[in-house]
Ligand binder design. Sequence first.
Ligand code: SDX
Length: 432
Amino acid sequence: MTQETVTITDNRTGKSIECPIKTGTEGPAVIDCHTLYQELGLFTLDPAFVTTASCESKITFIDGDKGILLYRGYPIEQLAKQSSYPEVCYLLLYGELPTAKQMEAFTQNICQHTLLHEGLVHFYKGFRHDAHPMAMLVGVVGALSGYYPDAMDISQPEHCNTSAIRLIAKMPTIAANIHKYLVGQAYVYPRNDISYVGNFMQMMFSVPSEPYQFNETANKALEVMLILHADHEQNASTSTVRLAGSSQAHPFSCVAGGIATLWGPAHGGANEAVIRMLQEIKTPKNIPEYIRRFKDKEDATRLMGFGHRVYKNYDPRAKIIRGICHDLLQEMGATDQALFEVAMELERIALSDDYFIERKLYPNVDFYSGLILKALDIPLNMFTVIFAVARSVGWVAQWTEMIQDTHLKIGRPRQLYTGYQRRDYVPVSKRK
Ligand code: SDX
């Protein structure tokens, strides 16, 4: 079969090159243009990587037009309904659903790493008591690589796997300790005799003076949230982790970079921003004025939780979360019914407004997720931390896939230079 190619011709010189077209198992094919500079002396320019594939990956597939999300081929809707977060961690890391025996060993392995080095716990004390939890998370996870010298050699697969397991195991402890530090309560140690999510909730909310009441409805809602946020192809924070990892930095440092990127309101910080927006709108009667502002080019306000670089249809995760929201708020009688009603009315109006329809702006994962986290009594400033806990497995699975690539090279993009051409230094006495 003849090689399928795209011809690129520079009509200034008449020179052409044939760039191979590479086809994957799903989704758009790609043009392999890595010889473009060498053959035609040209770079490609795609500032926000809107049409750039940065790597090959087998982990997650998204079809933005059809609203499809698969983890290692399994539809997110089936995983959300039938799987658990630790099982999804195994799937994302190793590529297959585990047998009962493999899952037992994996769970045991995680349980051996849920504690933090006591020195790291003292690290928290350097933060102000009003520090944003994401600022603390970036710092503490970045510091992790200073505590585990026994697995720093990323050329050794067992070191890489140990670091992956350590991250998945320790993120709930790190996150819960941040919450306890900020509310001035005693840290709660992890328990290895209960589920991953049950342990996270007891570290977040139990106090030494009272027996902790587990709430299975709340735990199930959080489990689904963690599954839905576990991975999402080459999003901004994952791309940060991959670029940092391409320099062969330690995975904990790479993930700290991913956490910093996730914090932005255009990315994972949107879940916190959605709630602040709904609280500001207060009641459905204020919605029309806000819709006008969201559409006004002179007004920087955006409809947070709407729009997505890839999904030009309803984010499948938003659909699932919306359903859980409804059930959870009914069952837990959460006081946030009013906020949920504003959210649903805002969604209804936006989805019937030409501005949003023409731009294919639909609710994304963040539009409803904050309502669930709020109903679970998770503090607003901790919402993106929960997103980071969930996404840690995605980051470390993508990092592992990259490190295992025998053709791994450091990522080093070029640029279109538009600055001054060469000019000579001017002594200060001669400057005007
Ligand atoms: C996440 O990449 C991932 O996979 C991310 C994520 C993951 O799981 O990792 O899915 C998680 O980050 C979800 C996104 C959360 N962010 C928000 O909800 C913030 C609000 N959304 C927007 O900021 C925006 O939609 C982005 C950042 C999500 C996507 O931006 P793009 O793809 O760069 O689109 P754009 O800015 O070029 O917008 C295209 C048009 C523009 O109007 P025109 O210039 O064409 O007239 O749509 C408008 C934008 O002004 N627009 C919005 C809007 N989003 C886009 N207008 C009002 N409100 C919005 N939310």
